[in-house]
Design a protein around this ligand. Structure first.
Ligand SMILES: Cc1ncc(COP(=O)(O)O)c(C=O)c1O
Length: 318
């Protein structure tokens, strides 16, 4: 018989720790007018926002029987989706094989292996350690596809899997709406697979078409904006691959904001030293983009701008 958890405040497993993250006001970085509000996605058990997508994609596959109970799972990952999948696979008893580019941070590899995943590294073909290009990611993708065939496993395919977007339509978007009491004026996020941006912006626009939604892009890799990619290699691991991701759609986008590596480093430091929030580079880039939006007048001066603190700073080497 299933254990009873009803009247207590005890979660049945780490899976129930995914989502429902707190929102924090960055009033020291941006004292106003307007506010920058950040979702603490680093508080998910896998340490990043990708836990939500991982849970959405695994529960979707189990529901439509693409994945059998205890069946094998394969995915290519920059490390965060992998950690999310590994949390779920550990609890649910699925064998998990992950492939990643050798250029991603070794901290992420340590976490995935510790959670019981088998991790295969693909060599870099273009970038350098800490900076992973789309070509590098494609090497890891090819490795995942061949391992998947060998194992007859469920291939998660986060870049094309619409359950990735659905997870954010059903959880992250409604949480933002609820936590701001519907007062959110703008949303900005960098895109990797685009699951988070597309899902959140779709939900927020469905509640109010007046919410303005912006994509952050690394300077020189602004493919969503339609610019030629001149700098495919940058510090924003997990986002800004210099392409328009398959899960992305322009219908909820009001504009883009470009962020340099220097700005990401500056805001990573500011978030830690003034807000007490030790987060990764894409989180810092999201906050930099929110500041730029408020400074540029693209949103009203008193707007509440919501963004995402995607992962913990502990996932990166100093
Ligand atoms: C650190 C980090 N930030 C941002 C993203 C982008 O999220 P999404 O894939 O939902 O666009 C990712 C995705 O892996 C990530 O790992």
């Amino acid at each position: 018989m299933a254990k009873q958890y009803g009247p207590t405040d005890i979660k049945a497993s780490a899976i129930e720790l995914i989502g429902n993250t707190p929102m924090v006001a960055l009033d020291r970085i941006w004292p106003g007018p307007g506010r920058i509000l950040a979702k603490c996605e680093f508080m998910n058990p896998g340490g990043s926002i990708k836990d939500r997508a991982a849970l959405g994609m695994i529960s979707g596959a189990l529901a439509n029987e693409q994945l059998k109970p205890n069946g094998p799972i394969v995915e290519m990952t920059g490390g965060n989706t992998g950690a999310g999948l590994a949390v779920i696979a550990a609890v649910m008893g699925h064998p998990l094989t992950l492939t990643t580019s050798a250029g991603y941070s070794p901290q992420r590899a340590v976490m995935m292996r510790a959670l019981g995943a088998k991790l295969l590294l693909a060599p870099q073909v273009e970038g350098v350690p800490g900076k992973v290009s789309w070509q590098d990611a494609c090497e890891a993708l090819r490795l995942a596809e061949s391992v998947c065939k060998e194992q007859g496993a469920f291939y998660v395919d986060q870049c094309n899997n619409t359950d990735n977007t659905r997870a954010h339509v059903e959880t992250t978007g409604p949480e933002i709406w609820r936590q701001t009491g519907g007062r959110v004026g703008a949303f900005v996020a960098h895109v990797g697979s685009a699951g988070a941006y597309t899902g959140v912006s779709r939900y927020l626009k469905s509640q109010s078409p007046d919410v303005k939604c912006f994509v952050g892009e690394p300077a020189g890799a602004e493919a969503v904006k339609g610019l030629p990619v001149t700098k495919p290699v940058h510090m924003l691991q997990g986002s800004g691959y210099g392409n328009v991701p398959p899960l992305f759609s322009y219908d909820t986008m009001d504009g883009t904001v470009s962020v340099t590596d220097e700005e990401a480093v500056k805001y990573k430091d500011l978030l830690a030293r003034t807000e007490g929030l030790y987060v990764g580079y894409t989180s810092a880039a999201n906050v930099a983009a929110a500041v730029k939006l408020l400074e540029s007048g693209q949103v009203p001066t008193d707007a509440w701008v919501v963004t995402l603190l995607n992962d913990t700073g502990l996932k990166y080497p100093e």
